[in-house]
Ligand binder design. Sequence first.
Ligand code: ADP
Length: 373
Amino acid sequence: MTLAFVVNSGSSSIKWELLEAESGESVRRGIVERIGEAGGDAADHRQAMTSIIGMLGAEHPVVIGHRVVHGGDLFSAATVVTPEVEAAIEKLSSLAPLHNPSNLAGIRAAQVAFPGIPNVAVFDTAFHQSLAPAAYTYAIDAQVAADHSVRRYGFHGTSYQYVSRRAAEVLERPLGDLRLIVFHLGNGASACAIAGGRSVDTSMGMTPLEGLVMGTRSGDLDPGALFHLAREAGLGTPELDTLLNRRSGILGLSGHGDMRDLVESMKAGDAASRLAFDVYVHRLRHYLGAYIAQLGGVDAVVFTAGVGENSPDVRAGALAGLGGLGIHLDAARNARRSPEPRRISTDDSPVAVLVVPTNEELEIARQSLAALG
Ligand code: ADP
């Protein structure tokens, strides 16, 4: 048994899972919440980690894998944590001020709580380091961009790696031969064009705000709208940040940030919910078309994460009327619920459509073990 301990450390919570890396079996999992808050589970990350040790029992992991949101252009693979790696994660906090410091707090707490067990950082951005300059460069003043690290990095990379490998297994074809378009649709949502197992384009950019419509985030928006709101509505940087990250997306359009509630309300006849759903789907189709062109065709379209795995309405909307592109959804297969990876296109559809449940914890566990060599 090779056990890996996977840590997702946020500002006020630590999600953890102990898993058997080869079989993928989850041995134990939990979450310590409201860290540092009155009445919370722990005063700080270190105390939280100590309480987690108590829950692990006799099992000892051989590695601790940490989800780290931003690896900038410094990390293109999972990396064993050294003092230099810690310093780099800290330095990259300017790119992910809400996430990297909390991720680092989890790493430091684990070093104290589990002396002698190696820690590995697994970056959300690493998979997208394969993007070509034409795909990751924003067309702004090159010197300003270079001085401030302004470029597309992309996120959800761990999920894309897991899902693309599983998709190849379902298709019974080598990943190296496949052109995939994967939609990771959770509260945060993004799309990725994958050729031969490598990311060639992705919809999130310098930050996780660009691209698809999300639960509370706007996705793509004319930056000119921000200048307009600053001038006309007097909004400052914090207000604009809150508007686009927390009060936009399907929540901002309809009052429903949860896709289940949105679909229910839409089906009950609510016009704002209808529009929010239509905008969400319109954006999915925008990226689908773009990525078919970037890839020069597509072998499979893959849906994953909360919405992608569970919403037949979203999948049907995204792919309706695309027979001309070789995409034929099977309505009955699409409607069926299952926790298993599955094909939801018709048998004779030239492009396969799959639902592949993601498992970021397992991917972090496996990449962490691989990083140990
Ligand atoms: P996170 O990005 O926080 O990891 P998840 O991947 O768990 O999020 O996805 C959360 C989203 O999945 C929510 O918007 C939720 O409404 C949606 N979801 C979960 N189950 C369903 C369902 N049966 N139908 C539609 N949406 C669903």
